[in-house]
Design a protein around this ligand. Structure first.
Ligand SMILES: Nc1nc2c(ncn2[C@@H]2O[C@H](COP(=O)(O)OP(=O)(O)OP(=O)(O)O)[C@@H](O)[C@H]2O)c(=O)[nH]1
Ligand SMILES: [Mg+2]
Length: 533
């Protein structure tokens, strides 16, 4: 059997181009792919050959393999994912960010961090491993002061990143389109070759996992005469082989994979992280422009979900139960209502359960997500000198206005997209992982009863009298016949601020003794109110 020429080794790294509106993302993607591909064409003239067409927003540049990805011959392909900067940003970016290995945060050097730059940074923190900051439009800086202005902005950016996981990441100054839109095409970009070197130095072999269900984000779909319909995109999880059945869940159809191409070369297999074109037959490309394809029946369509979540620290204001959010679940965004809940206080320090939800446990209903700045309870306000105890993990029940189709354990992001986009605030409110989806439309009857979320009860009584500096006698909390023994150890709070603990019954009429470990305040009035929680 004659062996064909050995296919060149091509490694693909997905680079997201994110940033505020008009910072020059598209100009940068264009400058990079032109500069990059000129070099690539010299080495690989066959890459000019017509093959997989990349959709707008997707372009690529090829370079030699950097040493950390060597040894041996081969090429590195950067697939540039140019994200929009406008309000539609969040849905599109969250989809895009889930395939990104390396993020370029584009900053207009004359403006610095802007609202959506900050939002992109937040998304990067949630979804990406590595980042390069690109200061664009340096041609707009007066030449004499250019260097010092770049240095100043570089320092500022490094300061901004100090408390993020991108602390110390490279900052590169460029002009992707010197002179702006009116400048002739012949005007060469500044700093782009240096940026390519930095991208090469930052490139890493992302860990790719072929196991699990196949899921692919399709970004382009077109037909080839005599062949069939090609869907191009990035494999998000699992793997796919020639002859496999794949489902297009949005259309509820299943098709057989007839042929596949990667880097213009026929392949029989593709896995997580690969950019691939999949050819199927008898499928009208007009039906799908963007969307997901997957292992048949691997996605579920859900009406409600339980997620484990974290508040996004830049989001101003509280996350309140019953509030509505735009909720991006995997690759779809819908409106939904939330209910927050926490572990029972005894479980506040329990290990975080990342992938499962324990239905056996009891949970505590919360009016709002508990955070350092949440000040919902009167007690916290009065007692702000004492550290507020926060649980290590919190959850939310999400109820969607219409069902969403998503993979299990997918990323969830809640945002307030209706916030005025000109208001200088972060619209992203929380992020989390989907632990349990509810496919049953009647989940309220069939499913919710299994979820044991309780409201904390408060009850008020009076102080009868003070025994000594460390104890008082209380009344009007229990009935005469109540077994006070089961309440021993529960906390009470005096209206004068002291914390106490129920120590046991006192006499026969439902009175009880309260121990005040921290000493009673002097001169406290006899008729005190307190609460038992
Ligand atoms: N002077 C100057 N203008 C630039 C540079 N890069 C981009 N521009 C101009 O800035 C404007 C916005 O550039 P785009 O590349 O469309 O910006 P974008 O970030 O993709 O914008 P959105 O996709 O709408 O968020 C255009 O008019 C560009 O010509 C640069 O390096 N210097
Ligand atoms: Mg653009």
């Amino acid at each position: 059997m004659a062996a064909g020429p050995a296919a060149p080794r091509v490694l693909n790294v997905n680079v997201g181009v994110l940033g505020h509106i008009d910072s020059g993302k598209t100009a940068l993607a264009r400058a990079l792919s032109t500069t990059g591909s000129t070099a690539a064409f010299d080495r690989a003239p066959q890459s000019r050959a017509r093959g997989i067409t990349l959709d707008l927003g997707f372009s690529c540049l090829r370079t030699a393999l950097p040493p950390q990805l060597g040894p041996g011959p081969g090429e590195l392909q950067f697939t540039l994912v140019d994200c929009p900067g406008h309000a539609s940003l969040i849905r599109t970016i969250i989809g895009g960010a889930q395939i990104i290995d390396l993020m370029m945060l584009v900053i207009d050097v004359t403006k610095g961090m802007q609202t959506q730059s900050a939002e992109c940074l937040v998304i990067g923190q949630i979804a990406c491993q590595k980042m390069v900051v690109v200061l664009n439009k340096i041609d707009l800086l007066p030449e004499g002061k250019r260097q010092s202005a770049i240095e100043k902005m570089t320092k500022k950016m490094q300061k901004t990143l100090e408390n993020t996981k991108f602390c110390g990441c490279p900052v590169v100054a460029v002009a992707a389109k010197p002179g702006g839109p009116e400048a002739p095409e012949s005007e060469n970009p500044l700093g782009v070759s240096e940026l390519i070197e930095v991208l090469k130095s930052q490139a890493y072999l992302p860990s790719r996992d072929p196991s699990g269900n196949f899921l692919m984000a399709v970004d382009h779909c077109f037909s080839i005469k005599g062949q069939g319909t090609v869907m191009t995109g990035t494999v998000l999880s699992g793997s796919v082989s020639l002859g496999d059945n794949v489902e297009i869940p949005a259309l509820k159809v299943t098709k057989k994979v007839k042929s596949m191409q990667m880097f213009h070369t026929p392949v029989t297999y593709a896995m997580q992280g690969d950019r691939v074109g999949i050819c199927v037959t008898q499928f009208d490309p007009k039906l799908l422009e963007r969307g997901l394809i997957c292992t048949p029946e691997s996605l579920h369509t859900i009406h409600a979900a339980i997620i484990s979540l974290k508040k996004i620290q830049y989001f101003r204001g509280a996350l309140q139960t019953k509030a509505k959010f735009h909720i991006t679940v995997g690759h779809e965004t819908v409106m939904g209502r939330v209910m927050f809940f926490s572990p029972a206080p005894a479980d506040f320090n329990k290990e975080i359960q990342e992938k499962v939800f324990d239905f056996e446990k009891d949970y505590l209903y919360q009016e709002e997500y508990l955070s350092k700045d949440s000040n919902s309870s009167e007690e916290n306000k009065e007692n702000d000198q004492s550290e507020v105890q926060l649980p290590r993990q919190q959850w939310a029940l999400l109820e969607f206005e219409k069902p969403v189709t998503c993979p299990k354990l997918c990323l969830v992001i809640g945002s307030k997209l209706d916030t005025d986009i000109h208001a200088n605030t972060c619209r992203l409110a929380f992020h989390g992982v989907l632990l349990q989806g509810m496919e049953d439309k009647n989940y309220m009857e069939t499913f919710l009863p299994k979820l044991k979320v309780y409201k904390l009860k408060h009850k008020e009584g009076q102080v009868e009298r003070v025994m000594d500096d460390y104890s008082v006698i209380g009344r009007s909390l229990f009935k005469k016949e109540t077994n006070i023994q089961i309440f021993v150890g529960l906390k009470v709070k005096l209206s004068t601020g002291e914390d106490g603990i129920i120590d046991g019954g006192f006499g026969q009429s439902g009175k009880f003794k309260i121990r005040i470990p921290g000493l009673l305040y002097k001169g406290s009035p006899g008729e005190d109110e307190y609460r038992q929680t």
